[in-house]
Design a protein around this ligand. Structure first.
Ligand code: PLP
Length: 391
């Protein structure tokens, strides 16, 4: 008799890259796919199957809206936070040329913002690129100094995806409004991690993603405040779905999944955060015995699920190789010729060598204390091995 042993999976400490879909979310998604279920086009108005699919979409819209204190009519479905970022920046700037051609953002935003802002520069818009402090936070004073009469839009992220640092969104939005500009935030990493009430924080536009919050990949949303001043030009033209802002047949299963995932984020917020803060503490304590471990993450100004650490004197790529059984990320970009350190770490002033020695560990709902302990053993072993001079 032969037995096949399943190869053991690596320990997944890369929740900031994506999260697994929660089983409860997958169960909901199953209801909208097959012939005996609610697979119909939610835009089909001529039969009951279409109305039922539409009801599922509208329930999810309420679930997402409730999570951020919005009205369901303020949610525009997209294919993810990347598209939401594109729609916010390009859609707003193109529709409001008469208000101003100037946009303010920062150099450590996600590429979905950085590259979109660069595309706008090549269209003739002007961008001011702020450099945050070492803690990865942009201050209201920095923003105030960049504001001009022709600033139409400010875009600054809520939680940085590489560092975990949290911006003071309420204070930044207030500065934008003082100068008559509209405030956008990329909150893909923030849902369920920090309070996100759009009214309390003064947010006008906000990008959301399903798959950073235990929902499916390929779905997201843009919160668009209902206000006569906030008009967007569509990027995707077609059937006029989503009040003309984003055409395309709505993917019922993806949307229902994101709705359920967000509802769970809200329900489990306290429980998840307590669990993850405990894991982070355990992980940091376990690294105490290693010398030369420097936190790039500002621990008291960051979400507990993202921990960016530099291992002095060690090449991050070599450490990654030595840690085959732990799924983590470096944030660096590999070209055929060389490895470029993370632009986010360089952007907050981490020296190049230290940036190249850095790894991002990120924890989540399904990370166990066992995972942490096992990963610690592997990390201590790998770091010690790489630091031991060859005989
Ligand atoms: C993951 C992420 C995105 C991209 O989201 P998608 O839904 O994958 O397009 C944008 N911004 C931030 C901060 C992210 O972490």
């Amino acid at each position: 008799m032969t037995t096949t042993s399943t190869p053991s999976l690596p320990i997944y400490l890369d929740y900031a890259a994506t999260t697994p879909v929660d089983n409860r979310v997958a169960d909901v998604m199953q209801r909208y796919l097959t012939v005996d279920q609610l697979f119909a086009n939610p835009a089909s108005r001529s039969h009951m199957l279409g109305w039922q699919a539409e009801q599922a979409v509208e329930q999810a819209r309420r679930q997402v809206a409730d999570t951020i204190g919005a009205d369901p009519r303020e949610i525009v479905w997209t294919s993810g936070a990347t598209e939401a970022d594109n729609l916010a920046l390009i859609g707003y700037m193109r529709a409001n040329r008469e208000r101003g051609m100037h946009l303010v953002t920062s150099i450590i935003e996600h590429k979905a913002i950085v590259d979109t802002a660069k595309a706008l520069e090549s269209e003739g818009f002007e961008v001011t690129w702020l450099t945050p402090g070492e803690d990865g936070r942009t201050t209201p004073e920095q923003l105030r100094a960049a504001m001009r009469d022709d600033t139409a839009l400010v875009s600054l992220m809520a939680v940085n995806n590489e560092l975990g640092s949290i911006n003071d969104i309420a204070a930044l939005a207030e500065v934008a409004h003082e100068f008559g500009a509209v405030f956008h935030t990329d909150a893909a990493q923030a849902v369920g991690r920090i309070p996100l009430d759009v009214t309390a924080l003064g947010i006008d536009l906000m990008s959301l993603s399903g798959h950073k919050s235990y929902g499916p990949k390929g779905v997201g949303a843009l919160y668009v405040k209902r206000h006569p001043d906030i008009r967007l030009e569509a990027l995707i033209h077609g059937g006029g779905h989503e009040r003309g802002m984003r055409s395309g047949t709505l993917p019922t299963h993806q949307i229902a999944g994101m709705g359920e995932a967000f509802a769970l984020m809200q329900q489990q917020h306290a429980e998840d955060q307590a669990h993850i803060a405990g894991l982070q503490k355990r992980f940091l304590r376990g690294l105490d015995e290693l010398d030369g471990v420097v936190a790039n993450t500002p621990l008291d100004q960051a979400v507990p699920n993202i921990l960016n650490l530099a291992f002095e004197g060690i090449d991050g790529e070599s450490l990654l190789m030595a840690l085959r059984d732990v799924a983590v990320s470096t944030g660096s970009a590999c070209n055929s010729a060389s490895v470029d350190p993370s632009y986010v770490l360089l952007g907050v002033g981490v020296p190049r060598a230290l940036a190249l020695s850095s790894l991002r560990f990120s924890f989540g709902r399904f990370t166990s204390e066992n995972d942490i302990d096992h990963a610690l053993t592997l990390i201590r072993h790998a770091v010690t091995g790489l630091r031991t001079p060859p005989r």
